[in-house]
Structure formats: C-alpha cells, structure tokens
Design a protein around this ligand. Sequence first.
Ligand code: LLP
Length: 433
Amino acid sequence: SHTAKKNGEGALEVGGVDVRDLVAEHGSPAYVLDEDDFRARARAFKHAFKDFDVYYAGKAFLCTTVVRWVMEEGLNLDICSGGELAVALRAGADPKRLGFHGNNKSVSELARALDAGVGRIIVDSQYEISRLIELAGERDVVAPVMIRVTAGVEAHTHEYIATAHEDQKFGFSITSGAAFEAVARVNEAPELELLGLHSHIGSQIFDSSGFEVAAKRVIALHARVSEELGVDMPDLDLGGGFGIAYTTQDDPSDPAQLATEMGKIVEHECRAFGVEVPKVSIEPGRAIVGPAMCTVYSVGTVKEVELDAGASRTYVSVDGGMSDNIRTALYDADYSCTLANRYSDTVPTLARVVGKHCESGDIVVKDEFLPSDVQPGDLVAVPGTGAYCRSMASNYNHVPRPPVIAVKDGHMRVVVRRETEDDLLLLDMGAAE
Ligand code: LLP
C-alpha cells in the first residue's frame, strides 16, 4: 500500500503504525488494512471512470467499515450473496446502490433483495427469471434486472477465475442465442424492468484486449436488442477483473488508462451501430482492496532443506497459512514478503514461507529472498493480501481466522476482530454437553 515504508529501525510501518506495535497489541497473524490507500484507489477509479458507475466488488473483501468507505467515496457496491447483502444493509448502504450477482441466488435471497429495494439484480438463468417474475408479482413491485451474458472470449488468467469462455457456469451465451432470448423474455415481463447487459470476463487480467473483444460482442447484442425489440437499454456493465501486481514481475492496471480505453471502445461501437451510449458501469474488487492490505505473521520455526545439486531452501514457518491465504495453494498465486520487524544486513537466502497447517501444499510465498538470519520471533509481512484472502479464509485445522486492523495516521482500529477458539466451539453443539 502507498503508506507502507520501512522506518529507521528497519521495521515496516503502514498508515503510520509500526507493525511491531500492532502485533504487540493485537497479536499475529493480522491483516493490516491501509484506509488511506483503500480510499485513494476507490477514488482513483471513481475519478478516472467519471462517466461510468463504479461498483466495488465486495467478494474481494467486505465488512461494514469497508461498505461505509465505499459509499463515502461515491462508489456503488456489488454483492453476491445474502450474507453480503446483510453486511451492506447493516452498514446503512443505500439499497439502490447495490448490484446483486450470483448464478444460484436462493428464492429467499431474491426475496430479500426485492424487499430491500436493491438497485439491480443480475440474472443468470431462465429459472431465476421465473423466480423473479413470481416474487415481484407477489409483492406488486417491478424488479430491476440486468442479464449476465457470456461473451465467449478467452481471458488470459487462471482457469478457475476466467468466466467468459463458453464452457463454464456463468451467464447466458451470446453465441448460442440464449442471451437474446433472455433479454426478450425480461423485456416482455411486466414484473421486470430491463436495465441492460452484464459481462465479466474473469479476474486478475492484464491484457485489455479481452475487455475489448467482450465489450464489442456485448455492444453488438445491445444494438441488436435496440433494433429488433425497439428497446434502448439504459445500462451496460463490463464487470471487473483488473489485475494487480503481486510481485515485481506484474504491471498493475492503471484506472485512467483503462477508463480511456474502455470509454473509447464503447463510444466507437455504439456509434458504429447507431445506438445511444448507455450508462456504463464496472466492478473492480481486487484492484481496490488488494494492494491496500498486507498480512503480518510471526515466524515460529526455520528449517534448512537440502535440494538436488547441493542447493538448499530455507523453510520459514509462520503462524497462519492456507487458512488465511488459500490463493497460493488454489491458484498457484505468487506473493512476495519482507522481514518486517528489524533491519538485517545478512546475505539473502532463498526462502519459502509456509504455514502451520497439516499439509505440504500449505505455502504462503513460494520463493523469496529473506535475510539468512531470519529466526523465530521475527515478523514477516506479505503485501497485496487485501483481495480474496480474508474473504476466502477458512477454519482448517480449527485455526481461528485473523483480525483485520485498519490503520491511518498512526492509529489502529479493529474492523474485524480475531476469531477465538470459543467462537468455533459455539457452533459445535456437542461442546456444551
Ligand atoms: N464482477 C463479477 C461479476 C465478478 O464475478 C467478480 C469476481 C468481480 C466483479 C470482481 O473481480 P475483481 O475485480 O476482483 O478481479 N477468488 C479469486 C477471484 C474470483 C473472482 C470472482 N469474481 C482469486 O482469489 O483470484
């Protein structure tokens, strides 16, 4: 995050808070959330995409404090479950500024969204359209609907997080005609208001040509709807997925450049088809919260392991692992790390930072050079853990999930407290016997 720096003693400071003080007060591991950095990134998107609406994708990381920051910075919020809806409403979010996603929202989730007055529901199947017609009819309301479409592009990212090729679960296919059929049905249903098309091609994407191809195909459908159904849909959502730098090898997305490129494509395509330019929205999650958080761990053990050809690797075990960051194990993601509590001038050694869980795939950072005197009691910080780390955290091995501590101007504030073993035992109905 942009306020992170090493101080005179070689310790990491974020938001003016020395992580040694943070760990002394709140323990480790801990997620450290840089409020100024989060707000600056949110603002940068809002500013760059000034003619667009920007929806922060809460799946990357959500808590009531973050909902309030998002609303204060003038962004809207993308939610994808009843749980996220509950967090948003508890934080006092304006329901009209919520967009509700998901390929299998339950009937009760849809009902809650309608009762709350959510601004847009992005539908993903014919079954869902039927359910919405029924639920809206029962309530005598009109449900505002966007249609999730599959643009049929190959986004260059990990298979598990790519969503615009044909053979995956999301959206109505444009190619097969399913998308047009869905649009026509929503358009005819008096219980539904057709807002527009929605496309999200995947996540952690750097190559903007995927967005370009998708935008062209989606706008072609938008234009076909205008021509054949005589409806100019007011909105168009091009999704999120903008990549961030996890290591020095990656080149982070630049909101200003993205905005210019996407704005141009939309203008150009709409003009080519002779349709009015709809209100475009985007949904960045990772690009806003990812770099705004780091995880601070304590080192517990250090072990030298001989590799082939006389080489060796230093295994540095920390007090968390795949339960607070599953991304390395799940997506083979690359992270970096740094010694966070002191200065060291010993020669760097090739280290692998591993967790405390009972499996060998429990790796946090695959390869990093750490000072060779790294030892138990040291702190190690992993930057860029804001997106999909706390939000995908688990209780594997009955390890309680770490807290999220917001830092700003030298102050720290617990925004999500540390889970305790008692919290876990509360769910265990045999525990009180
Ligand atoms: N909009 C929709 C409809 C989405 O499905 C997603 C992410 C986003 C926006 C936000 O994408 P972002 O800007 O954050 O890339 N757990 C995976 C990422 C899954 C993304 C799911 N959808 C990971 O850790 O990489």
